[in-house]
Design a binder for this molecule. Structure first.
Ligand SMILES: [Zn+2]
Length: 242
């Protein structure tokens, strides 16, 4: 892989991250509220930004930021794209991983603010993963990795359904669906990647929850989003096994 391709990937990721905040804002519903028609201040329409893609804007009335900080999604986009291109190099499934990473940016941002993973975005990620892996299969000419990917998705969905059904589980079915999409991608890379993809998110989420508890930032009963940890865990699993 040439340096030019790596630089292009980082720039592409940064651009993708830069247009994420508006999408994240429009699809997010603040936790504890049902309305997406008004800003917090209730004096301005919540869907103020007219376009779906672009940097975060501010409410014209109360100046509250609408969407995640643009710098944060730019950094996340550039880092995830750069790491994936460096880690997966010549894997024909790289476009599938990049597409899901791009859709993962608004998913993570929305889950952080609203504790939900909107179905249309998860479905788009699933569609991108399936199309990308089918394309990669046509490139390599053998169905074996694709079949392992489908098995990885089923195993991941099964594991997350079991976790979600446990008494006291805070795992939502958005997490189950996203876990299935990520299991599909990781299955392409092999069973060690699927296993890591199941374990790492809980390690990451556990460490973050412990830090937040110890620093008094959240209470014992606080609901914390798992989506970002699922995405970061899958990224790490892909880098370790790709
Ligand atoms: Zn406002």
């Amino acid at each position: 892989m040439s340096v030019a391709i790596a630089v292009a990937a980082v720039v592409l990721g940064a651009v993708g991250g830069g247009v994420t905040p508006r999408l994240a804002y429009r699809l997010a519903i603040e936790a504890g509220t049902v309305s997406r028609s008004a800003c917090h201040c209730a004096r301005a329409p919540r869907t103020g930004p007219s376009r779906w893609l672009g940097p975060a804007t501010r409410c014209p009335v109360c100046t509250a930021r609408q969407g995640p900080p643009t710098w944060s999604t730019i950094v996340a986009g550039a880092a995830s794209f750069g790491l994936l291109v460096a880690g997966l190099r010549d894997d024909p499934a790289l476009p599938a991983f990049l597409a899901v990473a791009a859709i993962g940016l608004p998913l993570a941002a929305i889950d952080l603010t609203s504790l939900r993973l909107p179905d249309p975005l998860v479905a788009a990620a699933g569609l991108a993963a399936v199309l990308g892996l089918v394309g990669a299969t046509l490139t390599i000419g053998t169905p074996q990795p694709l079949l392992r990917a489908l098995a990885g998705a089923l195993v991941s969905i099964g594991a997350y359904v079991l976790l979600a059904l446990l008494p006291g589980s805070r795992l939502g079915f958005g997490d189950v669906k996203l876990g299935g999409v990520l299991g599909l991608l990781l299955g392409w890379l092999g069973w060690p990647a699927v296993l890591l993809g199941l374990v790492l998110p809980h390690v990451i989420a556990g460490v973050i929850a412990l830090c937040l508890l110890l620093t008094g930032r959240v209470g014992r009963q606080a609901a914390l989003p798992l989506g970002p940890a699922l995405l970061v865990g899958a990224l790490l699993a892909a880098l370790l096994c790709g």
